[in-house]
Design a protein around this ligand. Structure first.
Ligand SMILES: Nc1ncnc2c1ncn2[C@@H]1O[C@H](COP(=O)(O)OP(=O)(O)OP(=O)(O)O)[C@@H](O)[C@H]1O
Ligand SMILES: [Mg+2]
Length: 286
């Protein structure tokens, strides 16, 4: 399979209050065309930062990204980006929200409507086209946000913890529906999740990121056959073995991230303490 997205030597350093924070370091990943690739890693290791860079919303400090062999410059309009928060516009109905991408592209009203209605059906929202976001459940909002991206037919999807805010049962259903929608399309998906079971059941490969600065620590192929049932597959012996081996890597990084967090909290407490002392000194003139 040919490479769809190539990431070379990507790093990202954020500077804030004259302090540098290294979010990503030395990222080299080749994403194959039609691949379902997941990224798992501890909180704060730079997963969302990497998706923002691939979408062209954020410039990397070093490195290059190419899509279909072309170097990426600026915002990448060929990519569908489903962010963690669904960002549905509260004053628009389900259909109104789904049509946005076509409206921006100047597509005629009748075509917009027929394409939106077809997608509403496909993602399981039939009968809710004229409901407003506050009248939808969490799972329905996720479906609407998926349809809003599907409507402009991107061939690459970036999904940042798309199901994290929905209940466990709905999540399993949405995962299966995502696989059904994706199957046979040849679309490429980069999926970020904290849930290792979700990553394994959906993906062709799972990349474990290290604690910050994030880098690809281990790349794991998932040799489970398709079509998959994301619920039943979790009882499969091979699945359990794969889970065990990837979890070892992930657990270590989650542990390191916790240490980093504790260190940062201690530093913050020390700084607050020093600030407190300085203000006492100033108040008392000592
Ligand atoms: N715009 C920014 N300016 C400064 N620091 C930032 C910015 N965006 C992210 N960071 C920092 O970069 C690091 C990586 O953040 P990022 O959101 O990519 O992590 P993540 O892996 O997606 O975490 P989570 O799993 O909690 O969503 C964090 O320490 C974060 O505070
Ligand atoms: Mg994130």
């Amino acid at each position: 399979m040919r490479d769809k997205i190539v990431l070379r030597n990507i790093s990202k350093v954020f500077t804030r209050d004259e302090r540098e924070l290294r979010a990503l370091i030395d990222i080299n990943i080749d994403v194959k065309e039609g691949e379902f690739l997941s990224i798992v890693g501890p909180s704060g290791c730079g997963k969302s930062t990497l998706l923002n860079i691939i979408a062209g919303l954020l410039k990397p400090t070093t490195g290059e990204i190419s899509l279909d062999g072309q170097l990426l410059k600026g915002i990448n309009t060929k990519i569908g980006y489903i962010t963690q928060r669904d960002n549905l516009l509260p004053w628009r109905t389900t259909r109104g929200n789904i049509e946005i991408g076509l409206e921006i592209r100047g597509v005629a009203k009748s075509e917009r409507k027929s394409r939106a209605m077809e997608l509403i059906d496909r993602v399981g929202l039939a009968g809710f086209d004229d409901h407003f976001p506050n009248e939808l459940s969490g799972g329905m909002r996720k479906r609407a946000s998926l349809a809003r991206t599907l409507i402009y037919n991107p061939d690459v999807f970036l999904m940042d913890e798309p199901f994290s805010a929905v209940d466990a049962q709905t999540r399993l259903i949405l995962e299966n529906q995502l696989l059904e929608l994706w199957s046979g399309t040849g679309n490429t998906i980069i999926f970020v999740t904290h849930d290792l079971e979700e990553a394994i059941s959906l993906s062709d490969r799972v990349i474990v990121f290290s604690a910050r600065p994030g880098t690809a620590k281990a790349v794991n192929s998932i040799p489970l056959t398709r079509p998959r049932d994301t619920i039943k597959i979790r009882f499969n012996e091979d699945f359990i073995k794969i889970y065990g081996s990837i979890w070892k890597d992930l657990e270590e990084e989650v542990g390191k991230a916790e240490e980093l967090k504790t260190k940062a909290e201690l530093e913050k407490a020390r700084e607050d303490q020093e600030g407190f002392r300085t203000s006492i000194d100033e108040d008392t003139g000592l």
